[in-house]
Structure formats: C-alpha cells, structure tokens
Ligand binder design. Structure first.
Ligand code: ADP
Ligand code: MG
Length: 375
C-alpha cells in the first residue's frame, strides 16, 4: 500500500510586523506574529490549528495560501513552491486549495446574487464547463435549494450564508478546504450544523481540511490532527486523541478547560389549571425593596446542577447515536463510525485513504470534463 501524499508542507514559517516607533529617532520594533512554524497536511487529513486570539492562526493561513509573504520559511503544495505573487501565477494553486472565512456577511458581496457569488471562482480561475450546473450542484451539496441562486446574501440567515460561502469554496472542485474560524460568527444553535456539514463534505468528497479555531471543542469534533499555537510559536502537535487526551503543555490544558458547558434544559412546570382566575396584582412578586427595577426571585431550593446534568456546548462525540436535536438537518446529523475513517499513527504520517474522485464526487459529465486541470 502506498503512503498517502503530502499535500501541503510548510517549513520554518516566520512573519513579523513592524511596531510603531516609540521615539522620533529610535528604531521601529518588530513583533513576531509567527515564529518557525512547520506543518504537513497529508491527503485526507483534517488538521486543526488552535490558539487564543492573536496566536497567529490567521497569519499562518495567509502564508499557507500565498496571500502574504513570509519573512522566512517556505510553503509547498505537492512539492511545488507556493510563492505570493500576481493572481495568475497562483491559479493552479487556487484550484486546489480554497478557503471559507469567518464572517459570511462580510465575505459575500451583498450586491451579488448567490449564483454569481458561487460562480465567481469558476470564472476567476477560468474553469471550463457549465457554471450554472455546477452552481446548482454545490448549492445542493451544502443543503441549499438551487432555486435560491437568484437571491441576495441578506435574504439568508447566518448559517445559510456560511453554507453559500462553503458552496463557493467547493465550486472549483478543490482538494483542500481551509476554514478560518468558520463558526465563530454564527449562533450557537447553527454551529453544530455547519460543523457536521463540513465533516460530511470532507468525507464524501475526499477533501483534506485545515480548520482554524480558538475553540478546542470545535477542533476535537472535526480534526484528527492538531497544532497548538501560542504567541506565534508552535507548542504541541500530533494526533488529536494524543494531544487533547494527554496535553503536555499548561497552555493546551488551559484551552481544554476553557471549553464551555451549559446547564441542561429543564422544562418549565406545567400550570396546574387554566380555569384558575389570574392572581391580583398585589399577589404578584414584588420588586426587591431598595433595588428598583429588580424583581425578586424565590429562593431556589435546589443547588447548582450536578456535573452529570450539564450538557456540553461542544458538539456530541463522533460516532454516537445521540439525537441530532430539533432543527438539525437529517443530512447533518452525527454520522455513524469513527472520524477520520482510519486512525492516524503520527502527526506526519497520519492520513486516511482518499476515496476515488469519480466515486466520491457525483459530478455531471460536463463538469467531469471541465474539472480536468491544466496544472
Ligand atoms: P489570530 O488569528 O490567532 O487571532 P493573527 O494571526 O490575526 O491572530 O495575529 C497574530 C498577531 O499578529 C497579533 O498580535 C496581531 O496583532 C498581529 N498582526 C496581525 N496582522 C497584523 C498586521 N497587518 N499588522 C500588524 N500586526 C498584525
Ligand atoms: Mg484570526
């Protein structure tokens, strides 16, 4: 059996930014946003990049995608160097690697219709084929009705807008999807749906994923490998069960303990009878004496909910048959079986066997033809 190919390799990535001068004649200082970061993304892998705000995650992504120039270090995609430069010089790379940004409201042009937004990379990257058919195909793949192609971004909810952004990223049929905080700008209620969608798509289409998040719970849900960044420096990396199950660095331990929890939902007690006359105003709970505007609440007879009754905010563990919950789409419900399909051995060699492109992507004949690359 041949080892899966390394798709993206970064070595010694360093990026500094100039600080404002402290005095008129003094030298301008520099701040390290990223210092000596190495990473490898193997075909079929899902790599999570975690760290607090300002850790250098987005800087790393910009360098990986050739959107910014590193002070030191190199990025290679399939052994071909990715050098920032004119848009045309990176067309081959953009067809292979696409990004989903954090805020779909600002990443989608509000004056463009969904069809034009999703077809934009096809036109920019001069992908041949029937663009309208491809737009319909990817809209359906992300769970949107193709009829919505004539609508504008403001006519959608936040979760639906992020689906449009994912559809746009999928349009040129990439091999790697990079998602920079894809659910941070969304309501908690739709986060799990988008995460499930990403997991479903990467499995179904055989995509490799780089997922950036400050939330270890999100990374735990989707990624088989993880890289922890702090102040631009790599602290820990390796298979998720190893790094997150037995974190060596106090910083990783702190990130793990910061995964929020919510108390379980306890239903309101049913009113005893509806025929009982409403209580007079005088019988209603009075405002607390001396604290205008604050309604007194009856003292709770119960203490805080025991830990066992607390629901985790992070998505349910993969491979369980937990109820997807109301409002969750059937296709986004937790999938049976482990993720990733095969277990990684180490950070470098971790990978999953990629399904055959033709088998995994139900592309139309016209699209299959146009997906042939001129790399
Ligand atoms: P993250 O995405 O992890 O929140 P970033 O990569 O955006 O972090 O930023 C890392 C560090 O680099 C931060 O300290 C940030 O202030 C700094 N930084 C990022 N972009 C710039 C820039 N264009 N100019 C100056 N400093 C920057
Ligand atoms: Mg960021």
């Amino acid at each position: 059996m041949t080892a899966p190919a390394v798709l993206l390799r970064a070595e010694g990535l360093t990026r500094t930014y100039r600080l404002p001068r402290r005095s008129l004649w003094g030298p301008a200082g520099r701040r390290y946003a990223l210092r000596g970061v190495d990473l490898e993304l193997v075909e079929g892998d899902a790599l999570g990049v975690v760290g607090e705000s300002g850790a250098g995650k987005s800087t790393l992504i910009r360098l990986l995608l050739g959107l910014d120039r590193a002070d030191a270090g190199t990025v290679h995609y399939r052994d071909r160097e990715v050098r920032p430069g004119p848009a045309r010089s990176l067309t081959w790379f953009r067809r292979e690697v696409q990004i989903v940004l954090q805020d779909p409201m600002s990443s989608l042009d509000p004056r463009s219709r969904v069809r034009d937004i999703v077809a934009e990379p096809l036109e920019c990257l001069r992908v041949e084929g029937d663009h309208d058919a491809r737009v319909d195909e990817v809209l359906a793949a992300v769970g949107l009705d193709p009829q919505t192609r004539t609508r504008y971004p403001h006519e959608f909810s936040g979760g639906q807008r992020q689906r449009i952004a994912i559809a746009r990223a999928l349009a040129p049929d990439p091999r790697v999807l990079v998602a920079d905080e894809p659910v941070s700008a969304l309501d908690v209620s739709v986060r799990a749906q988008i995460l499930d969608l990403l997991r479903d798509l990467t499995t179904r289409l055989g995509l490799s994923l780089i997922l950036v998040s400050h939330d270890l719970g999100v990374v735990q849900h989707l990624c088989n490998n993880v890289l922890v960044l702090k102040s631009g420096e790599p602290l820990e990396s390796g298979p998720s069960p190893q790094v997150l199950g037995n974190p060596q660095h106090p910083y990783t331990q702190a990130l793990l303990s910061a995964i929020p929890t919510l108390p379980t939902h306890t239903p309101h007690p049913k009113p005893a009878t509806l025929t009982k006359p409403a209580a007079p105003d005088s019988a209603r709970p009075a405002f607390e004496a001396g604290k205008p505007g604050r309604r007194s609440t009856p003292p709770s007879t119960k203490g805080p909910a025991p830990p066992a009754q607390r629901a985790r905010l992070r998505p349910p563990p993969v491979g369980t048959s937990e109820d997807p919950g109301p409002g969750r789409r059937p296709e986004c419900a937790p999938r049976e079986g482990p993720w990733p399909p095969t277990k990684p051995k180490s950070f470098i060699s971790a990978s999953t066997a990629k399904p055959e492109r033709s088998a995994s992507t139900p592309a139309s004949p016209s699209w299959t033809r146009c997906a042939k690359r001129s790399a």
